[in-house]
Structure formats: structure tokens, C-alpha cells
Design a protein around this ligand. Sequence first.
Ligand SMILES: NC(=O)C1=CN([C@@H]2O[C@H](COP(=O)(O)OP(=O)(O)OC[C@H]3O[C@@H](n4cnc5c(N)ncnc54)[C@H](O)[C@@H]3O)[C@@H](O)[C@H]2O)[C@@H](O)CC1
Ligand SMILES: [K+]
Length: 524
Amino acid sequence: MYSNKTTTLVTAEEMKLIEEEIFSAGMPVASLMEKVALKTAQKIKELYPIKEKKISLGFMVGCGHNGGDALVIARELYYQGYDIVIYPPLIEKFKELTAHHFKYASSLGIKIVSNIKALSICHIIVDGLFGFGLTRKITDNLAEDIAIVNQWNKPIISIDIPSGINSDTGAVLGIAIKATHTLCLGLYKKGIWQDRALEYLGQVERIDFNIPPAFIDKITAEFPTTELLTQEKVQEILPLPRHVTTYKYKQGHLLLICGSKEYAGAALLSAYGARSSGVGMVTMVVPDSLKPLINSQLPEMLVIGCRETSLGSIETLPLLDWQKYQWVCCGMGLTKEAVSVVKKVIASGCDILLDADALNIVANYYLLDELKNRHGKTVLTPHDGEFERLFPDLPFVGMADRIEETRQGAIALNATILRKGAKTIISDNINTWIIPHGTTALARGGSGDVLSGFIGGLLAQNNFTDTISVDTVGAAAWLHQRGGILASEDLSTLGVDGVTLSQYILKAVNELKRNGQWFFNETC
Ligand SMILES: NC(=O)C1=CN([C@@H]2O[C@H](COP(=O)(O)OP(=O)(O)OC[C@H]3O[C@@H](n4cnc5c(N)ncnc54)[C@H](O)[C@@H]3O)[C@@H](O)[C@H]2O)[C@@H](O)CC1
Ligand SMILES: [K+]
């Protein structure tokens, strides 16, 4: 049975190869363009139906097949009663199929104009200048045209991707259309999920045109794959096994090494995150002076106090029985003083997660080799600044492709890297996940501490199963973002502090259960 694959992200090269598969299997190029464009026209009709008043659409038509798509859409919407105006600034360079469609549209009497300003009377602009074939910077008159259109504040529908956005890296090549809708054709282009492109996309929808999954699999198998992490996948990754005769030590024992006098809150928030994971046991290693605070706020935690520096950071770790812990989570609020702590954690041979100050210490003291060569699994959770500090000299930084950089970082350190941002990326040397949803409500201090604790708690539990780290980390990040969305729906974007977030993560967990499948696998 045919099933459409919606979660795979493709580069321009992969998309071209997939198209070649379709064409060489017998589908005529013109027929595919017709099909894609008819479906896109239908979507535009749904978005902007004609009611009492006429609607006029101004089409910016490029020279390649993005322009060809635009012309077919323009023709079909003309038949449906829309007023259509076509602006073809690259008319001399039209590809053959695009030229045919232009000739036919002209023969129907559709209005053709030679100045972008003539589109200013239109209610809506349709951007069919460039799709994934954009190879170089947009300059001169075309750049001016885009600047003019962007100033009009009209709805702009971009076909496939906003013209000017590199469909792999999301970079703006000179200037780009600021769309209100992006109708992505067939498969999501990787550039659409890059943070730098987000402000140009508006609302993104995918127009499916029945690409056979075997063609997608054949081509993407040759390249590292990037996938959107969906709810269905999260439900596959979890449930965490919870046997009917289980007990606390069977549900994972997490060691949190965190906090300082100055950043006591980071220790608390990561502990709240861990609490929301349902992990069986948590031991916290904190500076001595934080013990009473932790005991009063989180009575179920075991607390080991440490001698502290004059500034209130952990001076040195006590003797620890590392083998007791299924995962060690280190760095939240530690301060940059805690160098010996981080070195000991890296040398421990345990499965570890490093966040915040632990990452800064790795960067400041060049501990990358120690990380790469260590025994035990490693998870790192940097935001963009921490990521760049971790990899200042490696050649892949500067590629300006967040997704590829993250993958290369994971390969370089033999680690799973979760890179925080508007779109969170999780990668190991084989799999890369993008969390498709997110909320700006989480752009505040404390969200990351909750995330680290929550991930650590799920990893500690999943260490008894054969679930791979990148999947568990992805599922944790998915639930963290979903918790943020649920909290902001109830409390507004301003209302999602760390403690609240840790509670709403549990609502996200429950939502998975309500959506038809149970989350915790209470097997007998
Ligand atoms: N073949 C088909 O029937 C299908 C085509 N599709 C459409 O085809 C598009 C890709 O088509 P193309 O490969 O023709 O590429 P584009 O339509 O994106 O444009 C490529 C053309 O633009 C020129 N160009 C590149 N950068 C330029 C710049 N900065 N200034 C001026 N000219 C520049 C290139 O020389 C080339 O002629 C997709 O984005 C999509 O819209 C898809 O719908 C899938 C199906
Ligand atoms: K476009």
C-alpha cells in the first residue's frame, strides 16, 4: 500500500535525484509539474477562497521550474475566477517547459507586466521566482524587486521555498522574499528547518505529490538523513519499560552534579526536570551550602554536599561509587571554577550528559580529545554560543548549516549532541532529528536546566533497554518543547518559568497517553 513519507528532510541535490528517479521511472516532467501545480493551486484556493469580492493574485515568475509551477498555478486560478497578473523578470532565460507555459498563459489573455510595481494593486503575491535551483546571490533589479515586494506588507505565498533562501542551509542569498505562507513541494527542504530561515517562511505547509517512498529511501540512503521527530515516533521511542514488579533502583539512578552559591536555582531546576522524568532515584552532588535548600524543596533527592570554593562553587568531588548510576548529568550552575569536577566526570567512564558550565570548561581547557576518547556514552546539550565555543577551529564551523554542523560535531566527539535553538537539533553519527514544534516562551533562564535534568532522568531509565541515546534525547526534547507550548497556551508566552515548565512536561506526557497509546508500558 502506498504511504507518503513526510518526515524526511532533503537537500537540493537529494530532491533533484529523487525527481530523476520519478522521471526515469516513466513520469513525464510536464505531467509532474501539472500535478504539483494543480495541488498547489487548490491549496491557495482554500487559503483565499473567492467570496463576494474578486481576489487578485500577482505572480513573480522565475526562469526555472519554480517559475513553471507558478505559471500553471496562475492559469488554473485564472480559470477559477481569480484576477491574475504575471511579472516575468527573467523572461529571456526561461527553461523550455516554463517558456511553453508562459506562451500558453499569454495566449489566454492573462495580464503580463514588465514592472514589479504593477503588482502593487494585487491583494496577494505568489512568489515563483526560485525554488531549490537558486545557486547564487540575488542581485541588481531582481534584488530591488524583492525589496519592494517585502515592503508592501501583503500576504505572500512562496512556492516551495521563499526565493532567496538557500534550500540546504537556510542562508539568505543576498535578499529573500518574506513570505506569509510557504507551500513546500513534495518533501521538506532542509533549509526550511534552519533557524536563520524561519523569519522568512511564515506558515509552512507541505504539498504532497505522491513521491514513491522507495525512491526517497533509495536516494536518502546515500546521504546522512535528517528527520522531523513526530509524536508517533516519540510514542515508538517511549514507553519506558515499567515492569509490574519494578522498584526504584530498577527505574534508573541519576547523578546530578550541579549548582553553586551564585547559581543555586540551576541545581533546583535541573532537579525539577529530573523529577518530571519519573526516574527511580536521583542523587545530587552540590556545594555544602546548598544542601538545606535542596532538602527543603526536593525531599526525595539524596544529597551529597561538597567542600566549596570562596565563591561557592564545588571545589572537589568526594569519592563516588560511579557504577551505581545509570547516567551522570553535570554542569548546570557549576560555574567555570569547577574544572576538576568536569575532568573527573569525563574520566569516570560513566554514561554522561554535559551542559552549560561543563561545556564551557571543556572548551576553555581543550578537553575535546578526552571527550572523544572516553569510555561511556556522551551527550552534550549546547546552545549556539556554547557549540561555537566547543568547536572554534574545526573546519565544519562556518559552513553556516546548523544541521550539518551539529552532525559533524557529534561525529567529531563520538557523542550525541542536542543543539538548542528555535529548532532543536539532536544528532549522533547516524541519526539526526529536528524537533518541529517550539515556543518562544522557553527563551528564558532555567528552561535549559529543566531540559538537562529531564533528559538525564529518561536516559537513566532507558539505560536498562536497548533504546539508543539519540532517540531518548530526542523524545525528551520533544516533550520539553510540547510542555512549553501547553504551558504558554494556559499561561501566555510570559508565564512559562522553569518550575511551571517542569510540571507541564508531565501534561505533555499525559497527552501522549490520551492520544491513543499508553506511555508507560506497565507489562506483567
Ligand atoms: N520538475 C518538476 O516538474 C518539478 C519541479 N518542481 C519545481 O522546480 C523547482 C526547481 O526548479 P529548477 O531546478 O528549474 O530551479 P529554479 O526554478 O529554482 O531556478 C533555477 C534557475 O534559476 C537560475 N538562477 C539561479 N540562481 C540565480 C540568481 N541568483 N539570479 C538569477 N538566476 C538564477 C538558474 O540558472 C536556473 O535557470 C522546485 O523548487 C519546484 O518549484 C517541483 O515542484 C517538483 C516537480
Ligand atoms: K519560490
